[in-house]
Ligand binder design. Structure first.
Ligand code: HEM
Length: 180
């Protein structure tokens, strides 16, 4: 019994001696990189990738009426940003968004919608498979996001026929986004 107590005390003492000094920079200890937001765009940096409109996942429409139904480029950007805001505040999927850069997502999602709707933007984001890798998105998560997009389009007064045209472009991309 005595030996055990002594051994325990010795082990405790060893642990205490190994305790690092106060003010240890744990990020440096574990090689964690501190990412800084770009002072101009407010975005966090991402690993390099090849930019191409092909990353948007589908070919664009060519219809001035469709673009007008979405309120032009500004309307499209607002709808994308609103979809992101609704999703970030949606308890069903908020956790997935919390860990990512919403400043960038508002821009890239807006570019993707603008490109697909034929409003003349280039898409500069990543392809759908790489963008959602390791995210573990489910069919239910996708349905929640689509509901939020439909709400954003509805609030903006986009006619249903035009809403469905955007959704039709996005639907086949679900196979690159949803893992289960
Ligand atoms: C067909 C459906 C979807 C489309 C078209 C889509 C589109 C996009 C686009 C364009 C990006 C930006 C890529 C980049 O910044 O390089 C992105 C990123 C992201 N998407 Fe989706 N998405 C879809 C489904 C979903 C779903 C269902 C969720 C979660 C519920 C989700 C969560 C995210 C998140 C959190 C990011 C940020 C990734 C990062 O910053 O690393 N997406 N998505």
């Amino acid at each position: 019994m005595m030996i055990t107590a002594t051994a325990t005390a010795a082990a405790m003492l060893m642990l205490l001696q190994q305790a690092p000094a106060e003010g240890t920079d744990w990020d440096a200890e574990f090689g964690v990189e501190q990412k800084q937001r770009d002072p101009v765009t407010g975005e966090l940096p991402v690993d390099p990738y090849e930019q191409s409109n092909a990353n948007a996942g589908a070919a664009p429409y060519d219809s001035a009426k469709l673009v007008a139904d979405f309120g032009g480029r500004e309307g499209i950007a607002r709808i994308a940003a609103r979809t992101v805001d609704l999703s970030e505040a949606d308890p069903r999927i908020a956790d997935i968004f919390a860990a990512h850069d919403m400043v960038r997502l508002k821009r890239t999602l807006g570019e993707q919608f603008c490109f697909l709707l034929g409003a003349g933007c280039d898409y500069t984001g990543r392809d759908m498979r790489s963008a959602h890798a390791e995210m573990g998105v489910t069919k239910a998560d996708l349905n929640a996001l689509v509901e939020n997009l439909q709400r954003a389009m509805g609030e903006a007064g986009v006619p249903f026929s035009s809403q469905y045209r955007l959704l039709a472009k996005l639907a086949p991309m679900s196979r690159d986004v949803v893992v289960r």
